[in-house]
Design a protein around this ligand. Structure first.
Ligand code: PGA
Length: 294
């Protein structure tokens, strides 16, 4: 399934509608949230979650290495720490013409409020103003470190979408959940609760990240990934038919050595990469794997 934010329109009436095109284009530009890929999801998305890593100089060097990897049939998203977003944005802009424009930028979190007394937090319109088109929400590290609940994630997602950011909403079970056979139920609850209030047609993505696989070098087996992604697809569809083609990324110790197997699984539309996204060679190798399957 090729994920699409907007289903391609039926062009059969175009010859009757030249005058309508300008209006349609205006409505399209002004009402549909963008995701940095021309409002349409690429067939595969590779996202780099830099977490709380990299100096400014290292961020520039990594961005420089990634810019030539941009291509039309693959979406690349970088999620730098918020203090580095401007630097990465400017560096991507200077790489335009060399592919930098095909790389989208995202924040690692945004608050449910637009502004106010929330020391240390960042608001969705701030990220949008800084050039982001995406925001990571509900990462398990934020759920654990900051006590974020799925209800909070949903409130953040609604606010992000209202400010033209596409949320990448993270879900995933603990080792205990998996060992006790509750992984599917846990992920389904997270999904339903994290998507409360998200309107049909909104641009967003899901990242399935089993907590026990993040930063541990352990990856879920290909069969488990395929099963969980199929489950997520059917839960999304049952929430709303419009959510059926939302991209579902896998995350958790994705490396060059396992990326190909992961991308071969049905309903895997890309990867959210942590540790390996900090190493240009590893990240580029994962991008090549995805591109060969896009
Ligand atoms: P990892 O992190 O690739 O280092 O496991 C993934 C993530 O947390 O997004």
């Amino acid at each position: 399934m090729k994920p699409r934010c907007i289903q391609p329109g039926n062009g059969t009436r175009m010859q009757y509608c030249l005058a309508m095109l300008a209006l349609i284009w205006y409505v399209f530009k002004t009402t549909i949230p963008s995701n940095g890929f021309g409002n349409r999801f690429a067939s595969m998305i590779i996202a780099g979650n830099w977490k709380m890593n990299l100096t400014r100089q290292e961020a520039v060097a990594l961005t420089t290495a990634v810019i030539p990897a941009a291509s039309d049939n693959l979406g690349i998203i970088l999620f730098p720490p918020s203090i580095l977003i401007d630097t990465v944005r400017d560096h991507l802009a200077s790489g335009n013409g060399n592919g930098g424009e095909g790389i989208a930028l995202g924040g690692q979190d945004s608050h449910a409020a637009v502004s106010g007394p929330h020391t240390g937090d960042i608001a969705a319109p701030m990220l949008r103003e800084a050039g982001c088109t995406w925001v990571l929400l509900g990462h398990s590290e934020r759920r654990a470190d900051h006590g974020e609940t799925s209800a909070m994630v949903a409130a953040k997602a609604v606010q992000a979408i209202a400010h033209d950011l596409a949320p990448m909403i993270c879900v995933g079970e603990s080792l205990n959940d998996r060992q006790s056979g509750r992984a599917g139920d846990v992920v389904e609850h997270q999904l339903r609760d994290s998507l409360t209030g998200v309107e049909p047609g909104a641009c967003f993505a899901i990242a399935y990240e089993p907590i026990w696989a993040i930063g541990t070098g352990k990856t879920a087996g290909a069969g488990d990934i395929a099963q969980m992604h199929g489950h997520i697809r059917s839960v999304l569809t049952s929430i709303n038919a419009d959510h059926a083609s939302v991209p579902i990324l896998y995350g958790g110790s994705v490396k060059p050595g396992n990326a190909g197997d992961i991308f071969d699984q049905q309903h895997v539309d890309g990867a959210l990469v942590g540790g390996a996204s900090l190493d240009a060679d590893q990240f580029l190798s994962i991008i090549r794997s995805a591109r060969s399957r896009a």
